[in-house]
Ligand binder design. Structure first.
Ligand code: ZN
Length: 96
């Protein structure tokens, strides 16, 4: 993704992506040369994606835990975020 297209993302784009789970795509234009023939290229690129497969996303959709964390018993189960809900116990029933 080109830097000028990346910088067009607003805080509302990030909020919409994070809380509604929608992917955001942006259009970018490029000038390319193939075998000395110059042409322009229009591409549709994925700009924002709410799905993070590197970490487990907690129920608040903001905080995450690394895979292999002791609180992740079942990868499909929702885990209550202790940062956003400090008085509720997490699903595993263990405390730090
Ligand atoms: Zn949280």
């Amino acid at each position: 993704m080109k830097k000028n297209v990346k910088n067009e993302n607003t805080i509302d784009d990030f909020k919409k992506c994070l809380f509604s789970g929608e992917q955001l795509t942006k259009e970018q234009h490029q000038i390319q040369s193939r075998e000395h023939t110059v042409s322009t290229l229009k591409q549709e690129k994925l700009a924002l994606d709410p799905h993070d497969n590197k970490r487990k996303i907690l129920n608040c959709n903001i905080h995450t835990l690394p895979w292999g964390h002791y609180k992740i018993v079942n990868s499909e189960a929702k885990i209550i975020c202790e940062v956003c809900n400090p008085h509720q116990p997490s699903t595993s029933g263990q405390s730090c």
